[in-house]
Design a protein around this ligand. Structure first.
Ligand SMILES: [Zn+2]
Ligand SMILES: [Zn+2]
Length: 368
């Protein structure tokens, strides 16, 4: 099959920025050195542009995981232009297709099944998408967002202002325009490009699948550090509307912390969270599948699977009972209804669930 034509604008851009970062950055570093303020500006702009992609383009606009006021949306729109990854409208359109048709080589714009190079950057180098979906009919809701439309319309100008104008201005303030353009302009752009590209490539290749094996997405705590918290991609692909990607408090997810922080300031609202029982149920189901697979070779596999199934069903029923009662207790508390009896019941159901979970773990450990 003949490959589609190259997109020379993208190729030139990627090569020019990469070589500048790879040659000019160390050269300037050795001959002149960089000041602390320049490094801090690099870090600041790297987080600003990266979080505008993950918090704005991704969780706000593509997935509607929360609502944000105009100030926050404008902040993201400018930061998104700084990240140079196309307009929020275009990016979200691509991304919604990615979720809908994940791993489908004909439809997923950055299908991981096409390999690392393609899903990382290759998909942007040729006209693979040309005939597909540039009517933006899967982002009609975003076309009602004035800031999204404004950014889309003035995208080129905004990227120039943010990528050249802003670092040049900051460099002028600091007394060295050229150094700032190299470190906070180009070097920062290349670093953020590849860190965010990892979400489409490595986060579909490297890591575990605790929640689902229906697609290639992986959970990876190390990758989360480089992707502003989006390394928990297996979770994300099954619960895409959750504003969190790393769900435990200790999971490194600065995008989640930013959104939560802004909600305390009243600047964002309606943060969506998947009910915990659905998360637990998905995890249990995967554990069941994995253990089933492990014991398949045993001579008494049928018997073992039957036992596993029995314990699994019991655990699921305890899970459901516990979370239903917990919800009822919360409701009672909210309505200020007497709830001491209910609280006792919840405590008992919780203990049942925990002990069954322990039993389940022991059983699994026996077969691993
Ligand atoms: Zn993905
Ligand atoms: Zn997504």
């Amino acid at each position: 099959m003949k490959k589609p034509p190259f997109i020379w604008l993208n190729i030139t851009l990627f090569i020019a920025t990469f070589t500048t970062a790879a040659i000019l950055m160390p050269w300037r570093g050795f001959t002149h050195g960089f000041e602390l303020t320049e490094w801090l500006t690099f870090v600041g702009l790297a987080f600003y542009s990266g979080l505008s992609i993950t918090g704005g383009y991704h969780r706000l606009w593509s997935h509607k995981a929360y609502k944000a006021n105009a100030v926050v949306r404008l902040f993201y729109a400018l930061g998104g232009a700084l990240a140079l990854q196309n307009s929020a409208l275009h990016w979200s359109s691509d991304h919604r297709v990615h979720h809908k048709h994940v791993d489908n080589n004909d439809k997923d714009p950055y299908s991981a099944k096409m390999g690392f190079w393609y899903s990382h950057i290759g998909w942007m180098l040729r006209e693979y998408q040309a005939s597909r979906y540039h009517d933006y009919n899967n982002v009609r809701d975003l076309q009602k967002d004035k800031i999204v439309v404004w950014q889309h319309k003035h995208y080129l100008l905004l990227t120039i202002l943010m990528n050249i104008g802003l670092p040049a201005f900051l460099g002028w303030l600091n007394g060295d325009i050229f150094s700032m353009l190299i470190i906070a302009g180009v070097f920062r752009l290349v670093v953020v490009h590849h860190c965010t590209f990892f979400i489409n490539s490595l986060a579909h290749i490297w890591g575990t699948q605790p929640y689902t094996n229906k697609n290639t997405a992986r959970d990876n705590g190390i990758l989360a550090v480089f992707t502003y918290g989006e390394g928990y991609h297996n979770f994300h692909h099954i619960f895409e509307n959750d504003y969190r990607n790393g769900i435990r408090w200790w999971h490194y997810d600065p995008t989640k912390w930013l959104i939560k922080g802004l909600s305390y300031l009243g600047m964002v609202s309606d943060l969506r969270r998947v009910p915990q029982e659905r998360i637990e149920a998905a995890k249990l189901q995967m554990q069941m599948l994995k253990t089933q697979h492990k014991v398949a070779h045993l001579p008494n596999a049928e018997e073992v699977v039957a036992k596993l199934q029995e314990e699994y069903e019991l655990l699921k029923s305890y899970l459901l009972k516990y979370y239903t009662a917990k919800k009822a207790l919360l409701d009672a508390k909210r309505q200020q209804i007497a709830h001491s009896e209910l609280a006792e019941q919840v405590a008992e159901l919780k203990a049942n669930f925990k002990s069954q979970k322990k039993q389940w773990r022991t059983l699994q450990a026996n077969y691993s």
